[in-house]
Design a protein around this ligand. Structure first.
Ligand SMILES: Nc1ncnc2c1ncn2[C@@H]1O[C@H](COP(=O)(O)OP(=O)(O)OP(=O)(O)O)[C@@H](O)[C@H]1O
Ligand SMILES: [Mg+2]
Length: 359
């Protein structure tokens, strides 16, 4: 592995910002650190960069212990949420700045600036000032300042947070493309799950300074390892219940008198309090009939929110004493607000966790 964090903790007086983190990242990996505000993402990134000293543990890059090395000797570049461009310097001067600091020759600086401008599609904009650029172009210059020094690793801390949604999605595709083109690891901090999902090979989910799981993005999404991840990744409804029976085929869960079957039993015991999550896109809808159906609940459509190709049905489920959301393709049968329907899902749809470990 190219970057290893071993037993990294960071304490500020009473606050433990990072708590015993062990992760290893490959040479061509795109890894996201995904977690809510205050979970320790930036602190972890600053420790990798050398801007912060860990209280315990060590950082290795390419087999070398860099824990005691200052930032400029680590070969790491960092891009921040605030673009931090110099307003009174041109694009070319902004890009050249980190190289001037390294006292490279004029020719070398010119060639690297041209290289970065090429990769980032900034050609023709070199003589403009930041206020003459769009938000996306400014962000590309900020990325360029990270790349010109030919870092071994690029760290990005919520670099797209100030961009509007459309531009952000465009930049996600571009950033991933740069990373593949450069063949160096990118470590990308975000609290935005869509960003993490769109770009990463693997995602480390961070909560309270700890890594809840570090796995392939589809694994994190499809098989959340903890209730916290089930809550934080994807969109879902959740219910509290009690396990009424367990078998090799899974578990029966009683939720306010409604019996549901869960085809995973996750080492549960009868009588145990649990929390059950069902992702919105796994909830299906049908008109009510007299035919019984497993894992179904009578609902009333409270509201319908249109999201492009999808419709989000907000459902009142009186029997569960809860609200339930179903996200369906708009090409499917259309239901209307106020309609009485039946919501259902397959037995392998829910994720189930002991309630004591719930988020
Ligand atoms: N210099 C500091 N002194 C004291 N506490 C700090 C310091 N830096 C960070 N913290 C605390 O450490 C915890 C983690 O902070 P950090 O900035 O790493 O979170 P984050 O995940 O990046 O959050 P956000 O998404 O809001 O940027 C927070 O509780 C924060 O208040
Ligand atoms: Mg942060």
């Amino acid at each position: 592995m190219y970057i290893s964090l071993e037993g990294i903790s960071k304490r500020y007086a009473a606050v433990t910002a990072v708590d015993e983190v062990d992760i290893a990242i490959g040479k061509t990996e795109f890894v996201s650190l995904l977690g809510p505000s205050g979970s320790g993402k930036t602190t972890l990134l600053r420790i990798i960069a050398g801007l912060e000293r860990p209280t315990t543990g060590r950082v290795l890059i390419d087999g070398v212990d860099v824990t005691d090395l200052p930032p400029h000797k680590r070969g790491i570049a960092m891009v921040f949420q605030e673009f931090l461009l110099f307003p009174h310097r041109t694009v070319r001067e902004n890009l050249a700045f980190p190289l001037r600091m390294q006292q490279l020759s004029k020719e070398e600086i010119a060639s690297r600036v041209a290289w970065a401008a090429g990769i980032l599609s900034l050609e023709g904009l070199e003589d403009r000032y930041p206020n003459q650029l769009s938000g996306g172009q400014q962000q590309r210059v900020a990325l360029g300042r990270g790349l010109v020094a030919h870092p071994k690793v690029l760290l990005l801390d919520e670099p797209l947070a100030n961009l509007d949604r459309e531009l952000r999605q465009e930049m996600e595709v571009e950033i991933r493309r740069y990373q593949m083109q450069l063949g160096i690891p990118f470590i990308y901090v975000t609290h935005n799950q869509e960003e993490a999902m769109s770009m990463s090979d693997r995602i480390a989910v961070v909560s309270k300074g700890r890594i809840e799981d570090f796995a392939e993005r589809s694994e994190v999404y499809d098989h959340p390892k903890t209730a916290f991840i089930a809550q934080f990744v994807g969109r879902s409804s959740h219910f509290n219940g009690t396990v009424s029976a367990v078998s090799s085929e899974g578990a029966s869960v009683d939720i306010s008198g409604v019996k549901l079957h869960v085809s995973r039993n996750a080492n549960l015991k009868a009588g145990q309090r649990v929390v059950v999550f069902v992702k919105n896109e796994k909830v299906q809808l049908e008109a009510r009939t007299d035919t019984a159906r497993a894992n179904s609940i009578d609902c009333r459509i409270k509201d319908i929110i249109l999201r492009g190709a999808y419709a989000e049905y907000i459902l009142d489920a009186p029997a569960l004493g809860a609200e339930l959301v179903a996200t369906r393709p708009r090409s499917e049968t259309v239901f209307t607000a106020g309609q009485e329907v039946r919501a259902f899902w397959s037995g392998d749809a829910p994720d189930i966790f002991p309630a004591d470990k719930a988020a």
